[in-house]
Every structure is written in C-alpha cells, then in structure tokens.
Design a protein around this ligand. Structure first.
Ligand code: ADP
Ligand code: MG
Length: 322
C-alpha cells in the first residue's frame, strides 16, 4: 500500500528545471518562484470532479492531460506564458497503476508547455482533481475580457463543437458511427490548449476568453465586461471535422453552444487582420473571423441572407440544473 508521502515522492516529485523560474519545488512548506521583473503573475484554478466533468472509469492518462489542459487554456486566454502549477488531488484509493498513467498524461503535457509541477495536496476522497496554474505576462499585454474595441472583429481559433458531439454520443443522446466518434473524441478527452496563439496575440488582440462553456456564453462574458453586443456570421463558424457532416441545425447549435472546445475567442481591430493571420501562422493554429462587435447589446447570428437565426445561449451552469 502506498503512503501519501510515497505517492507524492514517486509520481509527483521532479527536479526543478535549472535556470527556470522555480527556485524550490515539491517537498517544502511552499514552493518558491522567481517572478519575471516587470511582468504580472497570472493565476487561475480549475477543478475536475468525477461524474460532473468526466465519466467514472475515464482513461487516467487522458484525465491527467485534461486536468492540466483546461488550466493551460486559461493562461492562453490571458496571453500569459505558463510557468508553474500545483495539483490538489482527492483519491478514493492509492492505485499505483492509475497514478502512473495519470501522472504520465499530466507531466507529458506539462513538459510540452514548459510548465513545472511545484506542489499540491493529496487526500483520500471521491475522485477530484484541482490544478492551479501560474503564468507571466507583460503588464500592458494581458488579454483581459474588458478590452474589446468599438467595431472590433471577433475571431475563434481552430474548430468548434466536436467535443459536444462526442459527449452526446457517449451519453447515448446521439448516434455516431465509430469512425466519426473516433474523430470527435480526442477533442473531448485531450483538448489542445492554444498557448502559442495566446502568446502570439499579445499586443494585437484587445480581449480574449477560452471557450469552455460554449461560444455564445463565453463571448457573452467578453461583452459583459467590454460593453456592446455582437453580430456573428452563422456560415463562418468553423465546425469540427466530425460535426461538419451533421445537419445544419446541429452544426450551428453545437458550434454556438457546445462546451469543452478550449479554443480561443478573441477580438482585434479590423486594421490588425493581417497581424492576426500572421500570429495564427506563427502559432500553427487556424483562426476564423466570425463577426464583429456592435454598439447595441446582445448577440445576433445571421445566415448568408442576412436573416437572424433564433439562438439561445445555453451556456453550462453547474447550479442551473440538478
Ligand atoms: P503540508 O503539510 O505542508 O501541506 P503536505 O504533506 O501536504 O505538506 O505535502 C508535502 C509536499 O508535497 C508539499 O511540498 C506539497 O506541496 C507537495 N504535494 C502534496 N501533494 C502533492 C501533489 N499531488 N502533487 C505535487 N506535490 C504535492
Ligand atoms: Mg498538505
């Protein structure tokens, strides 16, 4: 049987990278980080709860990946460079094979983004995974939600809706062929946070958010802070590979309201279009201009005839449903 301390030592303790921001990592009362002079520390926490955010029995490696990915995504949406993270874990049992695979998924993604695990807490309890990330961003470059300009373009990265399609297929709400489920499922299980894009958009984008609860709801958060509304082009919405072969009503619904995409939705002045495209190329992520900000409040979605489509922003709220 693994003790709490064996478990931390075996799976979650590594030497801090030489020359990095981490002066002291796992093993003391606190980690010690050296902030970058002249930059702000960006901090965010996201928790994944079994039965709420993932099915019991989910592949532990995918879970390790996703636990960190959803947090890295918040740093991307702030334009912050990932530096370090902590991990608070509640585990029903100390299962070495589960932990090994979980740690592999977590630390492989951490290495890919140059972010270091510097501490955490470990307790027995219903499976619950909580990460806090720390990032660094120059004072004038944080991609805050309140910065969208008057007539700014609205952009999204990558594609939308496949995570929702996979979720509904796994819940038995929707039939998908095994081939199309295999296409959609990585978007649900292994989201790829857009950190390179977030960094490339520093100084270009005026406001950004990561799409975790659905485009309409998350864009709504930018508009709440920045004021005004938006008009979107329904035909411009970039649908995921699997979603693209669904009927148009579902394509629109899942692209507008599907959660778990972890793409970036961001604004930029129309005069910066070439810079946005260059940033996307640098980051190796496609971006699509889907509309623009308007002076009037509310989000209108228009089809190719300019006719408004009835949409409801069904953004996920943990306390709205049982
Ligand atoms: P304390 O009693 O000071 O809270 P703990 O005994 O909980 O310390 O943890 C010992 C050390 O191990 C601390 O440095 C803590 O940050 C680290 N730690 C605990 N759990 C984890 C974990 N799941 N991942 C990484 N580090 C952890
Ligand atoms: Mg502790």
């Amino acid at each position: 049987m693994l003790s709490e301390f064996d478990l931390i030592a075996r799976f979650f303790t590594r030497q801090p990278r030489a020359g990095g921001a981490v002066t002291l990592g796992v093993g003391d009362d606190c980690a010690l980080l050296m902030p970058t002079a002249g930059e702000l520390l960006a901090v965010s926490t996201d928790m994944l709860v079994e039965g709420r955010h993932f099915f019991a029995g989910t592949d532990p490696e995918a879970l390790g990946h996703k636990t960190l990915a959803v947090n890295l995504s918040d740093l991307a949406a702030m334009g912050a460079r990932p530096v370090a993270f902590t991990l608070a874990l509640a585990l029903p049992t100390a299962d070495a094979s589960w932990l090994e695979r979980f740690a592999r998924g977590l630390l492989t993604l951490a290495d890919a983004h140059g972010i270091e695990l510097v501490g955490g807490d470990t307790t027995r309890g219903p499976l619950n995974l909580c990460v806090t990330v720390f990032g660094s961003v120059p004072t004038t470059h944080a991609l805050r939600r309140d910065g969208a300009g008057k007539d700014d373009d609205i952009w999204v990265s990558g594609s939308l809706g496949d995570a929702r399609l996979a979720l509904e297929a796994l819940q038995g709400k929707h039939m998908l062929t095994p081939e199309r489920l295999a296409l959609a499922r990585p978007r649900l299980d292994r989201p790829q946070p857009r950190n390179a894009l977030g960094l490339a958009l520093r100084g270009i984008s005026t406001a950004a958010i990561d799409i975790s609860d659905g485009l309409l709801g998350d864009l709504g958060h930018i508009l709440e802070r920045s004021g005004g509304g938006a008009v979107l082009n329904a035909d411009a919405l970039p649908c995921g590979d699997a979603l693209s072969s669904e009927p148009v009503a579902r394509r629109r619904d899942f692209a507008l309201n599907g959660g778990d995409d972890y793409e970036l939705c961001f604004t930029a002045p129309a005069a910066r279009r070439a810079d946005v495209t260059a940033a996307a190329q640098l980051a190796g992520v496609p971006v699509t201009c889907i509309g623009r900000r308007t002076a009037d409040a509310g989000i209108r979605v228009l089809d190719h005839n300019g006719i408004a489509i009835a949409v409801h922003a069904a953004s996920f709220d943990h306390f709205a449903s049982p």
